[in-house]
Design a protein around this ligand. Structure first.
Ligand code: OGA
Ligand code: MN
Length: 299
């Protein structure tokens, strides 16, 4: 039986039915999923029962997986296989984390609009987030369509942004939250990386803003001007008409295209309820400047 694609918003999010991801997928079904992924940027697969292995196998169909750099869980006992980003609020013993745990402070960054791993030279192409436990209230994920946000800009703004390159660093997003106690070793391990501000998507040819709370300086602009421009663009790009809010159901798998979306988690009582999510992350094929043929000095 062929898969079904049911739009949840006119051109941004769609629910995919009649597919069981716990089983190997027919090539024609996977092609239909890829096609849907190229026109919608957020795909929802409800009621999937996935082992960690099956989740990773499905993710690998989209490309090579990212190896997570989890600063806060260095040397820590892992709850999930090391290929995953653990997006839960749980400690290694599956208990809700402590109020002042480093893991909690670190994950507060997910509440800011971002696109995954834009602070890495090779950013994320797709993320596949699976809900293993959800809180009864809150803890949604909001997604904004950066293609629609780009399309809505005035023509002269588009032209001005088309050639700009921003510097992304995870320490920018954490600094916004007042979280700055990183060691020199941690800082040196993740130097700022250049990323274009406007991307052209290979599958659809559409253009998209490429923004994140990780973005700091814009190359060639005074520091303050660059930061003001980014703040203004994030405000533009996350207006309600561009946003889809995903209200999680248990066992949803949601895939998003990090090349043309930003997302953020919404608040919930994280010291009371368990929210257990695991994320597989697919790497992009090259740094965004390299993909655009823009030469920038190595960071
Ligand atoms: C992520 C993320 C937000 C959330 O998994 O990359 O930002 O709602 N998650 O858990
Ligand atoms: Mn994220």
């Amino acid at each position: 039986m062929a898969i079904t694609v049911c739009p949840v918003t006119p051109g941004f999010a769609a629910e995919i039915g009649d597919v069981d991801l716990s089983q190997p997928i027919a090539p024609s079904d996977f092609q239909a999923i890829r096609d849907a992924f190229a026109s919608y940027a957020v795909l929802i697969f409800p009621d999937q029962h996935l082992s960690q292995d099956r989740h990773l196998d499905f993710a690998r169909l989209f490309g090579p997986l990212e190896t997570t750099i989890a600063l806060h869980r260095k040397d820590a006992k892992l709850r999930v296989r090391k290929e995953f980003a653990d997006v839960s609020n749980l400690d290694p013993d599956n208990e809700v984390w402590g109020k002042d745990s480093r893991q909690r402070l670190f994950q507060l960054g997910n509440r800011l609009w971002h696109t995954d791993s834009s602070f890495k030279r090779l950013p994320a192409l797709a993320s596949l987030l699976y809900a293993r436990a959800i809180p009864p209230l809150g803890g949604h994920t909001e997604f904004a369509d950066e293609r629609a946000a780009y399309d809505a800009l005035p023509e002269d703004t588009k032209r001005r942004l088309d050639t700009l390159v921003a510097e992304h660093s995870i320490f920018n997003s954490r600094a916004r939250l007042g979280f700055s106690n990183f060691s020199d070793e941690e800082r040196q391990g993740l130097p700022p990386v250049p990323q274009v501000l406007v991307r052209t998507l290979p599958d659809s040819g559409r253009k998209s803003l490429y923004l994140a709370s990780h973005a700091g300086r814009i190359i060639g602009l005074p520091e303050q001007d660059g930061r003001a421009l980014i703040d203004q663009l994030v405000a533009h790009a996350t207006q309600r008409q561009f946003v889809y809010t995903h209200r999680w159901r248990l066992h949803d798998l949601v895939i998003w295209d990090n090349r043309c979306t930003v997302h953020r988690g919404t608040e919930f009582d994280d010291l009371r309820w368990k929210r257990d999510m695991q994320r597989a992350t697919v790497s992009d094929i090259a740094n965004t400047c390299e993909q655009a043929g823009i030469k920038v000095a190595a960071a």
